[in-house]
Design a protein around this ligand. Structure first.
Ligand SMILES: C[C@H](O)[C@H](O)[C@H]1CNC2=NC(N)=NC(=O)C2=N1
Length: 101
C-alpha cells in the first residue's frame, strides 16, 4: 500500500464507507463511546495491539467513557493516506466487540 497523501475529495469519498469518522483534510478522527472507563481502557489496549501489527499508530485520547482516535501519516508530513483508512477500517472491525458506539 503506497503511502501517498490523498486529496480532500478522496478522503471524503472513502469516509462515506466509515460512518462516525470525519476529517479536516489533514487527519481522520472518530470518538468511540464505551459503557465505562474499564471498557474504554480495554479498547485502548486492543487498539495498541492492532497498531503494532500494522506498524501505524494513531493519537489516542482516553476519557472517562470515551476514546478519541486521530490519525495521519507522519512519513508524508502529516497527511491522510490509505494507511490511515486501513487503520480506521480495522478499528471499526474490533470496536463492536467492546460495545463501542
Ligand atoms: C519506523 C516506523 O515504521 C515508522 O515510524 C512508522 C510507525 N508508525 C507510524 N504511524 C503513523 N501514524 N505514521 C507513520 O508515518 C508511522 N510510521
Amino acid at each position: 500500500m503506497a503511502a501517498e497523501p490523498l486529496s480532500r475529495q478522496e478522503i471524503d469519498a472513502r469516509l462515506r464507507e466509515l460512518p462516525g469518522w470525519s476529517t479536516d483534510g489533514d487527519r481522520i478522527t472518530r470518538t468511540y463511546a464505551l459503557a465505562g472507563h474499564p471498557q474504554a481502557a480495554a479498547l485502548v489496549v486492543h487498539v495498541a495491539q492492532l497498531q503494532e501489527e500494522l506498524n501505524h499508530h494513531a493519537d489516542l485520547l482516553l476519557s472517562y467513557d470515551k476514546l478519541t482516535v486521530t490519525v495521519n501519516t507522519h512519513s508524508v508530513g502529516g497527511k491522510v493516506t490509505d494507511l490511515d483508512l486501513e487503520l480506521a477500517r480495522r478499528l471499526e472491525a474490533i470496536a463492536p466487540a467492546h460495545g463501542a458506539r
